[in-house]
Design a protein around this ligand. Sequence first.
Ligand SMILES: [Zn+2]
Length: 232
Amino acid sequence: MRILLVADLHINKPKFNWVLDVSGQFDAICIPGDFLDMLIDLDAYPLFGQIRWVQDWFKRLQTPTFVCSGNHDWFCSHPQAAPLINANAEGGWLDSSNAQVFSDKSNTLLKTHRFICNPWLGTPKLHNPSKSPIVLLTHAPAAETTLSKDLTADYGDEHLLETIYALPPSSLVLSGHVHEAKNWYLKIGHAHCFNAGVGYPDQKAPNHIIIDTVAKTATLHGWNRITVRQLI
Ligand SMILES: [Zn+2]
């Protein structure tokens, strides 16, 4: 199975369109969070305009696509959200009418792997009757790792390591959130953990990782270089 991982698109429309353009080359697209951008000028880019644009984009996908909410996708405390404080404010807006898009709390067996989408601040539930390798989407990487730290701080999830150690062999943990983490790949327990980071603004394609579960390779395309890791 060929999986495309990209995260932190932050309403960058050319990046979204690049994902759509290449999506047919993969068995699964995985986008672990931060579709929206809460830090740009929300008068110029209103929150609900951003949401509608991403929801329309979801409708165009024809490849199974797994998504989870990030901190930018929860807007319960934002003033523009006041008219619509309900489940949508906590990532519920990611629920798509497109049956190919699987969002927060979904648990889906696709071919050889079980895909679990963990909401922002959630604790993953590893219900896995098929005993398959798990592909866990969760926005923040595990804390105290090179995936969660940049040169100044640690932005990781302090509760995730315990979950990762409970994953079956050949599982994958797909994250984003830390735009310039010290590393893009780390093996923790039985699991291969990833954070593609956010590349240079002038990159044609966003930073992304292609995982081939049969060849057992992961390839980072980012920061104007290509790096391949064997997943052993
Ligand atoms: Zn984030």
